[in-house]
Design a protein around this ligand. Structure first.
Ligand SMILES: NC(=O)c1ccc[n+]([C@@H]2O[C@H](COP(=O)([O-])OP(=O)(O)OC[C@H]3O[C@@H](n4cnc5c(N)ncnc54)[C@H](O)[C@@H]3O)[C@@H](O)[C@H]2O)c1
Length: 328
């Protein structure tokens, strides 16, 4: 199925970041013509090193998703558009809700309007998050679960997902949306822990600094290795049965948060875990246990996560051991 990418023109919006560059590598290998649009949003994951080994095989445009004139040029001849760019910090969205609104809502409307007017047949894959579900009423969490977003970011990202289906309903845009669970792997930013605390733990371990866990760390999380998730995204961009659908992307298994931290410490061979009381205000962001139901993705696209948490963490640690000067 993924051979269909050979010769296809693929635009990665937000493609210099973690998930975007994880996608860029297999796309180049599959023979796609990859174009990247990214504005180097401050404090986010854009990093030239993420595409250092494929720099001469991809076309990069440093521009903003909200620049409608640039966007209409850049989308025009594309076959598949992965819409990955976002303001990604839950905490920043609470501090600066208007910037979150501007990128995560207005920015997505600008992209969809450009598609509607200038390239209505391009397949659009919207890369979203488990955060819409908030604190789930039951686990595993299927796609039709009630939404209980717990911060501004989650509401805006969910609105952006729904915009895509409005454009599908009224204008027939061929869209697919994905909701990704806790994702980890190479190419993620490590400068701060304001999003993706999991990758930041790898940095702490490699720097021999303690990993602090709030409370007991018994809450279950669904960790998915980025290269596995990338394969699901790629299938979503070409599989005919993915059209108009929304899929959870996760491992489908629950791992206690403390086990994850302890595994990082063990594999890094240094550092330690420290259990501390929840800081004031932090508990209101915790969603409790969260495991994704990935049945739909498995049954429709034939995908399931392949990489064990140990294997994925070992690969992540090895990557950052070698490349950390580019990340912190
Ligand atoms: N990393 C996670 O833990 C995680 C988990 C679930 C879902 N997601 C979703 O995946 C998506 C991407 O996350 P990521 O981890 O790759 O983040 P990232 O910060 O590494 O990548 C996002 C990229 O988008 C770019 N960008 C941001 N605003 C832009 C704009 N206005 N114009 C152009 N480019 C812009 C940034 O410069 C960055 O390179 C987000 O939508 C996020 O909600 C991430």
């Amino acid at each position: 199925m993924l051979q269909a990418y050979h010769g296809k023109k693929v635009l990665l919006v937000g493609g210099l970041g973690f998930i975007g560059s994880t996608l860029a590598h297999p796309l180049v290998e599959l023979g796609a013509q990859v174009r990247i649009l990214d504005n180097f949003q401050p404090d986010h994951g854009a990093n030239w090193h993420n595409i250092g080994d494929i720099r001469d095989k991809v076309e990069v445009h440093v521009t903003d998703l909200r620049d409608q004139y640039a966007l209409r040029q850049l989308i025009q001849d594309q076959d598949v558009i992965f819409n990955i760019a976002a303001q990604t910090s839950h905490s920043d969205s609470m501090v600066n809700p208007f910037e979150d609104l501007d990128i995560n809502c207005r920015g997505n409307l600008i992209l969809l309007e450009a598609c509607r007017h200038f390239n209505p047949t391009a397949r659009v894959v919207f890369v979203g998050t488990r955060a819409y579900y908030g604190s789930p009423e039951q686990t595993p969490v299927p796609e039709n679960s009630p939404m209980h977003p717990r911060d501004i970011y989650s509401i805006h990202r969910y609105a952006a997902e729904r915009y895509h289906f409005i454009y599908h309903l009224h204008y027939g845009l061929p869209v697919t949306a994905l909701r990704i669970s806790n994702i980890y792997g190479p190419y993620a930013q490590m400068a701060h822990p304001r999003y993706n605390v999991l990758n930041f733990f790898v940095r702490l371990a490699l720097e021999n600094r303690p990993i602090q866990i709030y409370g007991e760390g018994h809450q279950l999380r669904d960790y998915v290795y980025a290269a596995d998730a990338a394969e699901a995204l790629l299938l979503a961009g070409v599989h005919p049965d993915a059209l108009g659908q929304v899929f959870n992307v996760g491992s489908g298994a629950g791992v206690p948060f403390r086990t994850l931290a302890e595994t990082i410490v063990e594999l890094a061979g240094q550092s330690r875990c420290e259990f501390v009381p929840w800081p004031e205000g932090a508990l209101s962001y915790d969603v409790g246990d969260f495991i994704m139901d990935t049945t739909a993705l498995h049954q429709t696209l034939g995908w399931q996560a392949q990489t064990s948490i140990r294997e994925g963490l070992a690969q992540t640690i090895a990557f950052y051991r070698q490349h950390h000067p580019h990340y912190w």
